[in-house]
Ligand binder design. Structure first.
Ligand code: TMP
Length: 237
């Protein structure tokens, strides 16, 4: 496998071309940002945790029938994935009120939602990733009706799987963000990452934050929390 030019520099990951047209390499770093890049810092060891955790969960999700981009882990920070065209939506699933939902609807953080809530944000940094509904998505052509239906179905499948998986590790799944991509033959599959950067995890007993909110809110201890989540998950396998 030959690594070629950098295709994309994200906030926390870099993506490189390879000598195989159908594959790209994802390189996870320790850089952390919050508030659409307003706050910048480092969470030492985060890249390796996010890489390992994402890969473990993606393989388990594939076995459960959720198609995704994972191909092969190369080392502790780098992974080969299928090259897809990212659907320009952040797909957020919530089980417990927190963060922007609590702020928007005046719900106390920790309030259990009667059913999971799916939200969509249009991926556009300049616009600050505004929330959109199904009508917006179809009207601007961000996804087709068929793609949207598949995305909703897969998002709820991921929620069911991940809630149970995290509960087994003594962790509550508060909410999380997914991204999806189109393969060259037009299939929509799960892409991106599933990690403490993109999920809210609370300790089941103490409700302590075990995720990026420690960084976003300057609470301290993010490095230890990221390692702790991975350690608990690995101890279960
Ligand atoms: P929010 O409460 O800030 O809307 O975040 C909901 C969930 O989505 C939370 O687990 C963090 C995750 N998320 C991202 O991973 N990236 C983002 O850009 C945003 C806004 C949220």
């Amino acid at each position: 496998m030959e690594i070629r030019e950098q295709l994309y520099q994200g906030k926390a990951k870099r993506v490189f071309a390879t000598d195989d047209e159908s594959l790209v390499l994802v390189d996870y770093g320790d850089d952390a940002t919050a508030g659409n890049g307003a706050k910048k810092g480092t969470i030492v060891g985060k890249g390796a945790v996010n890489n390992r955790m994402t890969n473990m969960l993606m393989q388990q999700l594939a076995a459960k029938g959720v198609p995704n981009h994972f191909v092969r882990e190369l080392d502790d920070r780098r992974t080969l994935v299928r090259k897809v065209q990212i659907v320009p939506l952040e797909v957020i699933v919530r089980n417990i009120a927190a963060g922007s939902l609590s702020a928007r609807l005046g719900l106390e953080e920790g309030a259990v939602l009667a059913r999971p809530v799916i939200e969509f944000c249009y991926k556009d940094d300049a616009l600050g990733d505004p929330m959109v509904n199904d009508d917006h998505i179809l009207a601007i052509g961000a996804a087709t009706a068929e793609e949207l239906a598949a995305i909703r179905r897969m998002a709820l499948q991921v929620n069911d799987f991940l809630r149970e998986r995290m509960a087994g590790a003594g962790i509550e799944l508060v909410d999380f963000k997914l991204e999806f991509g189109r393969t060259p033959d037009g299939e929509v599959i799960l892409a991106d990452e599933i990690s403490p950067d993109t999920c809210r995890f609370w300790d089941s007993k103490t409700h302590a934050h075990l995720d990026k909110d420690l960084f976003r809110r300057d609470l301290g201890g993010a490095e230890e929390a990221y390692q702790e989540v991975l350690r608990r998950l690995m101890a279960q396998d």
